[in-house]
Design a protein around this ligand. Sequence first.
Ligand code: GAL
Length: 363
Amino acid sequence: MKKVIIVTLAVSILISGLFANGQTDDGRKSIGIAMPETHVARWVTDGEALKANAEAMGYKAEVAFGDADQTKQNKQISDFITKGVDLIVVASINTGVNTALAEAAAEGIEIISYDRLLMDSADFNYYITFNLKKVGELQGKSIVDALDLDNSSEVKYISLFAGSPTDNNAYFFYDGAMEVLNPYITSGKLEVVGPYPVTSADKDNFNRIATEGWRAELAKERMENLLSGDAEEFVLDAVLAPNDPVGRAIIEACSNDSKYDTTAKLPIVTGQDGELATVQYIRDEKQHMTVFKDSRLLAKATIQLADSILRNTAIDVPGTVKTEFDTNLKMVETYLLTPILVTKENYEEVIIESGYYTADQIK
Ligand code: GAL
C-alpha cells in the first residue's frame, strides 16, 4: 500500500510540474491554443495542426475548443493562464473574449489572434490569417467566370449570404466579393434576388443576409425561405455563400426544390475552407468552388511567429505579407497568407496531390 501512495504522489508532482510558470518540467515553454468551435470542421484541423507544429518546434501545447460558447472559451483561456502558458493562440467566438485577453495581458502572456481578428481589444499585438479580401474576391470572380458575365447577354440572378455578424472576417469576405460583383449588378447583367447590401456598411441589409455563428442550419432555413419567397418566381444562377458549410446547406435546400433537383440545375454556389465534404461536392459538381486556406501553412506560420515572439528574435514568417489591421483600439502587426481558388479543374492538384486529403478520403 505504501508503495502505491509514493507512486501516486510522484505522478501528481510530475503533472503539477508540467506547466508551473510556463515551463514544463523538462524546460519547454508552453502554448495554449483556443479554437472557437467544432461545428465548422476546419477548426478541428487547425487545432490539430497548431499543436503538432508547436510540439515539433519544442513547445508543450494544449488545444481547447469553445463549442461556440464564449463563456466556455474564456474559462479555457483562464485555465491556460493558471497553468502558466507562455503564449496563447486565439480564434474567438465574439468580443466577449476580451475580458480573458485582458487577464492574459495582465500576466504578461502574449496573444496571437488566429484567423479571426480579435476586435475592440488593445491587449494583443499580433494577427495572422489569409488575405481576407482576396478570399471574397476569389468568390466573386468565380461567379463572374462561371456565369460568363463578361460575354452573356441574358440577365443572371443571384442571392447573397454572408458570414456571422460576430466575425470581423465576414465583412472583409463580403466586401471583397461585392467589389467584384457590384459592377455587374449596376450594369444590369446580374440581378440580386433578396436583400442587397451593396457593401457591409449597409448594416441592416448585411444582417439580413448574415449567418449567425456560421450556423449552416440557419443558412439552410434562410435558403428555404428564399426559395418559397423572394426567389419563388426566379431561377437562381448563383448564390454567394461565405464558407463551405453554408454553401453545402444552400445546395441541400436547393436540391429539395424541383427547380434545382439535379446537379445540372443547381446554382453556382461558392464557399471557403476547403473542407473535405465540400471537395467531394466540387468533385460531384454540386458546389462550384471553395477558397483553399491551407491550415498546414497557417499553423506552421503561426508557430513560427510564436517562436520568434517567445525567443525574442526578429520576426520572420516565410510565405506571408506583413501589414497591420485595426482592432478599433489599436493597429496590430498582421501576417497574411495567400488563399487559392479551388474548382473541379484543380482540386486534385491543389488538395490531393499536395497531400491535404488522400484520394481515399475523397472517395
Ligand atoms: C471565419 C474563417 C473562415 C471560416 C469561418 C467559419 O472566421 O475566416 O475561414 O472558417 O470563420 O468558421
